[in-house]
Design a protein. Structure first.
Length: 223
């Protein structure tokens, strides 16, 4: 049945489904994993914050950068996080609505801070839908990861506790025997004492120490 309705993004099936959008979501399910956790003093992102086709992601990232810079130029202040997410998701939704286009095969985890709502974490999918989350997972094995996050997430957790939870979830859901700094990245967003927003990516050495500290991997043996 689907073959009659899956050639164009603008054709609904009798069940009200857009198969091209669903196929784009399947592409994301076969991509790498990413986890985002909101804490009281920042946001933690582990692995990558993108799941899906990286070339599609690059186009959207450049679009987001341009939109943010235009807003800053026009109003002389940073663009609110949700407004930027909504603007980008409007672009994604447009590619499901017009003939001759295909959906972007990518999901994002957006993390940021603004003076209106403080620290925020959003997730979006190829349909253009987005929502705010306290903890979210995208990519491979995202349903299992989301289940672990639902069980173990606690309000008012610190960034250190969020890092520990994220590494624990990835160790249980990634298709790998062990986690190493070569297989994932960890980044954090937090406020400096001066009030400036800081985006920090952990070095491989720091990440290795965190993996050992939280019992996710074994320390390297000296030869």
């Amino acid at each position: 049945m689907s073959r009659r309705y899956d050639s164009r993004t603008t054709i609904f099936s009798p069940e009200g489904r857009l198969y091209q959008v669903e196929y784009a979501m399947e592409a994301i399910g076969n991509a790498g994993s990413a986890i985002g956790i909101l804490s009281k003093d920042g946001v933690v992102l582990v692995a990558c914050a993108v799941a899906g086709i990286m070339s599609d992601a690059n186009i959207l990232i450049n679009t987001a950068r341009m939109q943010a810079q235009r807003y800053t130029f026009a109003y002389q202040e940073p663009m609110p996080v949700e407004q930027l997410v909504q603007s980008l998701c409007d672009t994604k939704q447009g590619y499901t609505q017009f003939g001759g286009l295909r959906p972007f095969g990518v999901s994002f985890l957006f993390a940021g801070w603004d003076k209106i709502f403080g620290f925020q974490l959003y997730m979006s999918d190829p349909s253009g839908n987005y929502g705010g989350w306290k903890a979210a997972a995208i990519g491979a094995n995202n349903q299992a990861a989301q289940s672990f996050l639902k069980q173990d997430y606690k309000d008012e957790m610190t960034r250190e506790e969020a890092v520990q939870l994220a590494l624990k979830v990835l160790s249980k859901t990634m298709d790998s025997t062990s986690l190493t700094s070569e297989k994932l990245e960890l980044s954090e967003i937090f406020l400096l004492p001066s009030g400036k927003v800081k985006y920090q990516v952990c070095s491989p050495e720091t990440l290795t120490k965190l993996l050992v500290k939280h019992g996710v991997t074994q320390p390297a043996t000296e030869t």
